[in-house]
Design a protein around this ligand. Structure first.
Ligand SMILES: Cc1cc2nc3c(=O)[nH]c(=O)nc-3n(C[C@H](O)[C@H](O)[C@H](O)COP(=O)(O)O)c2cc1C
Length: 387
């Protein structure tokens, strides 16, 4: 039995246990994957200041995000198709987050529906919406999130057109997988996954099939998604969507200070500085490099959250020290989910919490709320001088 000490351990088990098609779906970025890679390598360029002889007893990572108190400044990011990484994946991940005391964000493109996740959890979760053309569907989706008592809406604004991930095309990604000879051969070696899938009814996009007009099965879904995203999205439409929800609204996918200011103008309560985990515009800045200029632009006026590239508690600490109120983890929890279901997501959260707590202590801080830029050594040219 492998002793799990880091997120990378979970990734290795995940790779062995989940069909290649779904592993590749998570573990790739768009085109050359430059941005995907730099999301993690740029974190390593920032160093931490070791301090000694500071009182490190009685530490706390508890913090506030969107007016609520949480165990640490980490939320589970919206990730599509979690129910293909592990049977009933969204329910499993939501339960792990709830028990740990961090927010769970359900993706529009989930396998388990909003209602299903609400039924199997106790506490409210966040719901992510894509900006889709079908206004009627959008209104009903947001009304469903309200009925399910979701506590915040995350509007993803960086996917008007979809980035290309070569492997998804080559693998013929679909949910559930099509029974091609290669897929059958692969699944035969992933017996845990197959057993779980055989025992669940949840194998289609639960928020869409039976809810979007004309989508009653997997075949009609693929033509719907190809058409669904609103390529003409503008700030006026974002404001309209913002006004459809009377609770906190988070705009996710901001990478530029000018866009951050616009987000503030349309009344967003928070933004997530994000490049979608390197899955959209390849060649864009890594998220951590983009964070400082966005903090300068709006950091004192709204909550700025951060994602893309977090693989450890040290990464969380660095983002927090640069000013982020909270962070989101995507792949780091997906590895846990694919490796070991709910237990694996809990393990991922435990690993990150331990790394965060220990690193914070060794930087001479005992309360996450006292962590600031002072604990970091950031290269002078970190943000880069771009013309
Ligand atoms: C497999 C996968 C599916 C994703 N699906 C969605 C989604 O449905 N909606 C969304 O807003 N973001 C989605 N994202 C982006 C994540 O919310 C998040 O921005 C990203 O994973 C952060 O980068 P990280 O994986 O390096 O932590 C997805 C990411 C991955 C890896």
């Amino acid at each position: 039995m492998t002793v799990i000490t880091e997120i990378e351990d979970l990734r290795r088990i995940y790779k062995r246990r989940v069909p290649k098609m779904f592993y590749d779906y998570a573990e790739t970025g768009s085109w050359t994957q430059q941005t995907f890679r730099e999301n993690t390598t740029d974190f390593a360029k920032i160093r931490l200041r070791q301090r000694i002889a500071k009182d490190m007893a009685g530490r706390s990572t508890r913090c506030r995000m969107l007016g609520e108190e949480w165990a640490m400044p980490v939320a589970l990011a919206p990730v599509g198709l979690c129910g293909m990484q592990h049977a009933d994946g969204e329910i499993k991940a939501a339960r792990a987050a709830e028990k740990f005391g961090v927010p769970f964000t359900l993706s529009t493109m989930s396998i388990c529906s909003i209602e299903d996740v609400a039924e199997h959890t106790e506490k409210p979760f966040w719901f992510q919406v894509y900006t889709l053309k079908d206004d009627d569907f959008m209104r009903r989706l947001i009304a469903r999130a309200k009925d399910a008592k979701c506590s915040a809406i995350v509007i993803t604004v960086d996917l008007q057109v979809m980035g290309q991930r070569h492997k998804d095309l080559k693998n013929g990604l679909s949910a559930p997988p099509k029974p091609t000879p290669a897929a059958i051969l692969d699944v035969m070696t992933k017996w845990r996954w197959a057993l779980g899938m055989a025992q669940t009814k949840r194998r289609f996009f639960g928020n869409i099939v039976g809810h979007a007009k004309g989508v009653s099965n997997a075949a009609s879904l693929s033509s719907w998604t190809a058409e669904a995203f609103d390529q003409s999205l503008d700030w006026e439409r974002i404001k309209e969507l913002r006004d459809m929800w009377d609770g906190p609204v988070i705009l996710k996918g901001i990478l530029d200070a000018e866009d951050a200011k616009q987000a503030l103008n349309v009344g967003a309560d928070a933004i997530v500085v994000s490049n979608h985990g390197g899955r959209q515009l390849d060649g864009a800045l890594s998220s951590i490099r983009a964070l400082p200029s966005i903090m300068d632009a709006v950091g004192d006026k709204m909550e700025v959250h951060f994602d893309s590239g977090i693989r450890s508690g040290q990464d969380v600490l660095k983002a927090r020290a640069l000013g982020a109120t909270g962070t989101m983890i995507g792949r780091a929890f997906v590895y846990g989910l694919g490796a070991m279901g709910e237990e694996g997501v809990t393990k991922a959260l435990e690993v990150i919490h331990k790394e965060l707590d220990t690193s914070m202590a060794l930087c001479g801080k005992r309360d996450i709320n006292d962590v600031d830029r002072d604990i970091l050594l950031v290269p002078e040219d970190f943000e880069g001088r771009w013309a």
